[in-house]
Design a binder for this molecule. Sequence first.
Ligand code: HEC
Length: 140
Amino acid sequence: MLSSIVENQIKFYAILWLLLLHPAWAEKKVDFNQDVRPIFSDKCYFCHGPDAGDIQGDLQLHTFEHATSDRAGAGAAIVPGNVEKSLLWQRISRTDMEEIMPPQKRHMPLTETEKQTLKTWIEEGAEYDKHWSFNHSLKR
Ligand code: HEC
């Protein structure tokens, strides 16, 4: 009898704890607009951006559809949830300088923090812009 009361109490507090914790987790998620877009626009859009005039390597990174599309059988720049398979991660994390992105000759390497932000964002599913009004109404 007593033990089942204790058991119920434990369940109650466990659930309460999870409920309280949940929003804190959600806020920690990498946000495209806040965290990812500034990196892309500083260091990638110059060559892989929305401006069709100067696309390099036939790759655009500004929409989910472009970034996740198949690269002629070589995989995709972004494979949501799978950082190892994402060409983007391979190209920003590798140390052989011929291949690194942004190209070394541009002299604008990604910082470790920026790499980690992109990595986490891909691991979390590479969500692009949420619906603007939805996003807005949730933020203070
Ligand atoms: C100065 C221009 C330039 C900038 C800036 C640049 N890239 Fe690239 N990128 C290229 C070129 C050119 C290619 C195609 C040749 C190659 O694969 O090396 C390419 C290819 C790629 C590929 C490989 C696509 C494939 O099909 O294999 C990825 C992924 C990539 N870039 C990601 C990035 C990311 C992420 C950034 C920013 C952190 C970035 N690039 C910045 C010029 C650029």
